[in-house]
Design a protein around this ligand. Structure first.
Ligand SMILES: Cc1cc2nc3c(=O)[nH]c(=O)nc-3n(C[C@H](O)[C@H](O)[C@H](O)COP(=O)(O)O)c2cc1C
Ligand SMILES: Nc1ncnc2c1ncn2[C@@H]1O[C@H](COP(=O)(O)OP(=O)(O)OP(=O)(O)O)[C@@H](O)[C@H]1O
Ligand SMILES: O=C(O)C1=C[C@@H](O)[C@@H](O)[C@H](O)C1
Ligand SMILES: [Mg+2]
Length: 552
């Protein structure tokens, strides 16, 4: 039988549950930390102190890979899954994420001198920081997540044993099948459903509360941690295989504006402004990702804090102000990983179509906006499957006035003409992203202008200036400047999508308040060809993507 792996932070119970589970399954138990100590004839603390963490990680990698090759229950070290070669080796195994909130884990192990990463100061804070850094990786690798705080080990062992047995029954033996054609969606789809439920549980119960509290509760710093973590994941081949069950769904491909999308759900602009995680989004199950918004010149954005959670409302308020490294830097980063449009391989190493959103630099006068956008277009077009023209951020003074007839006609006319100059045979499609706060007559004017200018589609909508739908507990956020997203925007975005779809032949990408699979289905039913997520991804985690894919 294939080895069962136990992962989780220190104090989650890997060494405690491992032997019990092994006994229950009738296989040996290997505690990798203990195996390292035996082989080295010294403690982990001594290895860290004498040879440093990098050396320990190399020993850990080798012992872990060796242990997983046998028929055993393997208790990994807490940090082991962060090593790419270990993540690789976990593919195809039942991987059980043992979860314990940091306070419980610290109570269990906080004063153990042989845990070098925990000893010293505040163990709870260290465990929280570790979970923030490692949680996304654990969640992606895990095939089961169980909460061990206040749980009887005997009951936990039965839960895990049942999972290990059903995992073996549900998982095709050969990796080729895991790679999957439409033919094995039935079996794979079922296991994807199980996995999605598990990931949702792990995310909402353990990871999200920690993430929302970590880094002093500053959402932007968590966001930065997550992007950094995802950027690392994108470089980890094992994760591709390990999350295969999430990404492989019954979702039908759809062609929009000449681009083939493997599914309906994509990442909305603003999450990965500088394209740092461009290689990772495919692994979360997204069928496309919109990078940016970038501007012609790099700019810092507004002073912090500038991103706020409205937890009672399922919303976010942000006034980021297009903080970004500039269009040229994004283009260079994408080029450096081989993301080039029109290259022979299908969508390149990103694995999915990439849109790139461009906006206006704050210190460029509105009258000079066209030149600013043109500069960005020229920089990013060689790397984009489509370009999104952001004229709807509420956070650059005056930007939304570019949605007005004359200004929009001039801007889109110039940009579409430039796409034809850049690539006459296959001009990059141009999408226009609009605000949810336009009147119907303003929307109609945008549609007419976009059609006349030769735009390829509409993205509806950006964040709203309205504060309707904020729960009383979030009332203080009504006074923060910025755009509101998430659940308070759901109905309005849906209405705008319905209106747009009814009044134009241009395809529509729906964005705004997709918090559940039902919301996505409603947006598609309202006429969107594709949907995008930002805030729903923050609140529901990666399971939302699989949940939507399972519905289409
Ligand atoms: C923190 C944050 C930053 C954003 N940055 C951008 C951006 O740079 N460009 C853009 O077009 N939209 C941006 N958006 C808007 C989202 O792409 C999306 O259209 C909007 O949030 C509504 O979708 P949601 O309810 O799923 O979040 C941002 C949203 C948030 C919350
Ligand atoms: N389900 C549980 N209920 C109560 N106590 C538990 C439970 N699981 C583990 N413990 C206790 O918590 C302590 C730490 O658990 P354990 O050594 O299994 O953690 P670990 O995940 O192996 O951590 P590390 O990565 O640091 O090796 C042990 O003293 C153990 O008795
Ligand atoms: O979380 C970690 O990085 C570690 C956890 C322990 O299991 C040991 O592997 C070591 O202390 C490192
Ligand atoms: Mg242990």
């Amino acid at each position: 039988m294939v080895a069962v792996a136990l992962i989780g932070l220190s104090g989650s119970g890997k060494s405690t549950l491992g032997p019990l589970l092994a006994q229950r399954l009738g296989v040996p138990h290997i505690d990798v930390d203990a195996a390292i100590e035996r082989r080295e004839a010294r403690s982990i603390r001594a290895i860290f102190d004498t040879d440093g963490e990098a050396h320990f990680r190399a020993l850990e990698r080798d012992r872990t890979r060796e242990s997983l090759a046998g028929d055993a229950v393997v208790s990994l070290g807490g940090g082991a899954p962060m090593t790419p070669a270990v993540a690789d080796a976990l593919a195809g195994h039942p991987v059980v994420w043992l979860q314990a909130d940091p306070a419980t884990a610290a109570r269990r192990v906080g004063d153990d001198p042989n845990r070098p990463l925990l000893s010293g100061s505040d163990a709870v804070a260290r465990l929280e920081a570790m979970l923030a850094e490692r949680g996304a990786t654990y969640a992606l690798l895990a095939t089961l997540a169980v909460d061990t705080a206040d749980a009887d080990p005997a009951v936990l062992v039965e839960t895990i044993a049942a999972h290990a047995e059903s995992f073996r029954a549900a998982t095709p033996a050969s990796p080729e099948h895991v790679g999957g054609s439409a033919g094995d969606v039935g079996r794979a789809g079922r296991s994807a459903g199980v996995r999605a439920a598990v990931v949702a549980h792990g995310y909402r119960r353990v990871l999200r509360p920690v993430l929302f509290r970590a880094r002093g509760g500053d959402p932007e710093r968590i966001h930065e941690d997550m992007i950094a973590g995802l950027a690392r994941l994108g470089d980890t081949p094992g994760v591709r295989a390990a999350v295969g069950a999430l990404t492989r769904t019954a979702s039908d491909p759809v062609e929009v504006a000449g681009i083939t999308f493997g599914g309906r759900v994509g990442l909305a602009a603003g999450m990965d402004k500088d394209g740092r995680a461009a290689l990772a989004w495919q692994h979360l199950g997204f069928a496309f990702a919109e990078l940016g918004t970038v501007t012609a010149r790099p700019q810092p954005g507004n002073p912090r804090p500038r991103m706020f959670r409205a937890p009672a409302s399922g919303g976010l308020v942000n006034r980021m102000g297009f903080n970004n490294g500039g269009a040229a830097a994004l283009a260079a980063r994408l080029a450096s990983v081989g993301i080039v449009r029109n290259s022979s391989r299908e969508n390149g190493p990103a694995g999915i179509p990439l849109g790139i959103s461009i906006g206006k630099s704050k210190d460029t006068a509105l009258d000079d906006a066209v030149g600013d956008y043109l500069f960005s277009l020229r920089a990013v077009a060689p790397h984009a499957d489509y370009v999104a023209i952001n004229v709807s951020s509420p956070n650059t003074p005056g930007l939304r006035s570019l949605q007005d007839g004359g200004a929009l006609a001039e801007l889109l006319g110039a940009l579409v003409a430039e796409t034809r100059t850049l690539d006459a045979a296959r001009p990059v499609p141009v999408f226009v992203k609009i605000a949810p706060d336009l009147s119907w007559s303003q929307v109609d004017e945008v549609l007419a202008t976009a059609t006349d200018a030769g735009a390829s589609g509409i993205i509806a909508t950006n964040t709203t200036l309205s504060r309707d739908g904020l729960a009383p507990a979030d009332a203080a956020l009504a006074h923060e400047a910025g755009g509101l997203s998430g659940a308070p925007l759901t109905q309005r975005a849906r209405a705008v999508v319905r209106h747009v779809a009814a009044h134009t032949d241009l395809p529509v990408m729906g964005s705004g308040g997709v918090m559940t699979p039902d919301d996505a289905v409603a947006l598609l039913d309202a006429g969107a060809s594709l949907v995008q997520l930002y805030t729903g991804f923050v609140y529901a985690g990666p399971a939302l993507i699989a949940g939507i894919n399972a519905r289409r």
